[in-house]
Ligand binder design. Structure first.
Ligand code: C5P
Length: 219
C-alpha cells in the first residue's frame, strides 16, 4: 500500500559492503550483497521518502526514485554520509569494514621467494552509525542500525543501541549461511521498549516492517 506517508521526509542510508584496498589488485571486504539495504530504500521511496542511498560495491539495480551514490571505502562512506546530512532518518545497513590497511601499496605486492609470511597492519575505521547517532548538531530524528550476530542477539543489540546512539537496532541472526545472499533473515527489533521476538522474514518483509516503524516514529 502506497500512502505517501513519508512525503517530504529525507532518509539517508548506507548499504552493501565496503572495500578497503591493500594494493591496486587486492583488498579486504565483508560479505554483503546489499539486498536488504536496497529493499529498504525501495520500500521507503515507494512511500514518498526522498532516499539518499550511499552504497558500497554491489551488483544490484538502483531502486526507482532513489538517489544512489556509490562509494568504495569506509572513509568515503563516512564523508559522503556526513555531506548529505541533515536528514529526518538515518539507517546504517552497510557491512562496513572495521579495519583498513595502514598503508595502501601503490604497486601490486609480489610474493617473496624467501618468506612464507606477510604482515599487514590494520587500523580501525570510524563507526559511521555512531558518528550520526551521537552527532551533537545534526542528529536525525530517527537513527536506526543493524546488527549481524551469531549469538546473544538481545545483549549485543542493547549494547549497540547505547554505544552508537541509535533509536533502534534490527538484530539479525547470521551463521550457517542463514542470511548472506539469502532472501530471508531471522530478525529481532530492539528499541527503548525492549526486544521483539525473533521472526523469520524475507528481506522484503523486513523492509516493510522498517518502513512502518519509520512512518510511526516520524509522524
Ligand atoms: O558494531 P557493528 O559493526 O556490529 O554494528 C553494526 C551497525 O553499525 C550497522 O548498522 C552498521 O551499518 C554500522 N556500522 C557503521 N560503521 C562501522 C561499523 C558498523 O556504520 N564502521
Amino acid at each position: 500500500p502506497r500512502t505517501g506517508a513519508l512525503n517530504g521526509k529525507h532518509v539517508l542510508m548506507t548499504a552493501g559492503p565496503t572495500f578497503e584496498p591493500l594494493d591496486p589488485v587486492r583488498g579486504i571486504t565483508n560479505r554483503s550483497s546489499g539486498k536488504q539495504g536496497y529493499a529498504i530504500a525501495e520500500a521507503l521511496a515507494a512511500e514518498g521518502a526522498n532516499v539518499t542511498l550511499i552504497s558500497g560495491p554491489v551488483s544490484l539495480p538502483t531502486p526507482e526514485g532513489v538517489e544512489r551514490i556509490d562509494v568504495r571505502t569506509a572513509l568515503e562512506m563516512f564523508d559522503t554520509v556526513h555531506a548529505h546530512l541533515p536528514a529526518d532518518a538515518f539507517i546504517g545497513v552497510a557491512a562496513v569494514s572495521d579495519w583498513r590497511a595502514q598503508t595502501v601499496a601503490a604497486d601490486k605486492q609480489k610474493k617473496s621467494a624467501n618468506s612464507d609470511e606477510l604482515t599487514i597492519t590494520l587500523i580501525k575505521n570510524p563507526d559511521i552509525l555512531a558518528s550520526v547517532g551521537l552527532h551533537t548538531t545534526m542528529r536525525p530524528t530517527l537513527v536506526l542500525g543493524f546488527a549481524a550476530e551469531t549469538q546473544n542477539l538481545e545483549v549485543y543489540g542493547k549494547t549497540k543501541l547505547r554505544t552508537k546512539g541509535a533509536d533502534a537496532i534490527f538484530a539479525n541472526e547470521v551463521g550457517d549461511d542463514k542470511v548472506f545472499d539469502q532472501d530471508t533473515t531471522n530478525m529481532m527489533l530492539i528499541d527503548a521498549h525492549g526486544p521483539t521476538s525473533v521472526k523469520r522474514l524475507t528481506k522484503a518483509e523486513v523492509a516493510q516492517d522498517i518502513t512502518q516503524y519509520i512512518i510511526s516514529r516520524l509522524n
